[in-house]
Design a binder for this molecule. Structure first.
Ligand code: PLP
Length: 233
């Protein structure tokens, strides 16, 4: 079985090839290593392989891993990529560097109010339900502009861009459609005067399509660590 370090090396090759195909500089795409369900030892191996950005779905699991890796905290960035309930905003505001899943103004206001003043603003993305799935969280595309303007004005936050988890599609062309829609939405916000630089889209299965459509941050777990030990909803 390939090691974590070998998988990471392979993944950077895949990112490079997708960037080449998209005529984009390879440094325009950042890898977020998704560590949910994997242990602190696995995260440390990814760190030793050169990775510095880690994504967690569950607040408590993320906080526990940060504690187990406290010696690396100054050199690592932790991103919350799972749903965030209002009763968990304080610990997130205090511990995380990024939140990708802001989908309500009320959550953003709490995060801003609760961000400790000695820390830099919390970096946030708005999650968009880009495929319009009834069961998925995220803002409807038509709601994004108003929420983005309000979130951009909050002092404890820095709005960086948009995030989506599109409905799975079997073909590359099919995968490109929702990613293109998210990129179009971001471009419209920037035309309206915001200065957003982040398109958080693309996972192990659809990363190449996401990069072709302008992803700046891809969130990858299983292509690095293998299948997850327990199912995640
Ligand atoms: C689990 C997860 C990922 C990573 O998915 P893989 O298929 O393991 O690469 C990316 N983004 C979110 C929001 C996730 O929950």
């Amino acid at each position: 079985m390939a090691t974590i370090s070998e998988n990471i090396q392979q993944l950077h090759g895949r990112i490079q090839r997708a960037c080449l195909q998209a005529s984009r500089p390879v440094h325009s795409v950042t890898l977020l290593v998704v560590t949910k369900t994997f242990g602190a030892d696995d995260v440390r191996q990814a760190f030793d392989a050169g990775e510095r950005r880690f994504g967690e779905n569950y607040v408590q699991e993320g906080v526990d891993k940060m504690a187990a890796l406290a010696d690396l905290r100054d050199r690592t960035e932790w991103h919350l990529i799972g749903p965030l309930q209002s009763n968990k905003t304080r610990v997130v505001a205090e511990r995380f560097d990024w939140v990708h899943t802001v989908d309500r103004l009320k959550i953003a206001q709490r995060l801003s109010d609760q961000r400790p003043p000695h820390l830099p603003p919390l970096q946030v993305c708005l999650q968009v339900n880009i495929s319009g799935e009834a069961t998925k969280s995220g803002l409807a595309p038509a709601e994004v502009a108003d929420v983005a303007r309000a979130v951009a004005a909050l002092p404890g936050l820095r709005l960086r861009g948009l995030m989506a988890i599109p409905e799975p599609a079997a073909t590359l062309d099919g995968q490109r459609v929702p990613h293109r829609a998210l990129a179009t939405l971001l471009a419209a916000l920037n035309r309206d005067g915001l200065a957003l630089d982040t398109l958080s889209m693309g996972m192990s299965a659809d990363m190449d399509a996401a990069i072709l459509e302008g992803a700046t941050l891809v969130r990858v777990g299983s292509a690095i660590f293998g299948a997850r030990p327990r199912p995640v909803t």
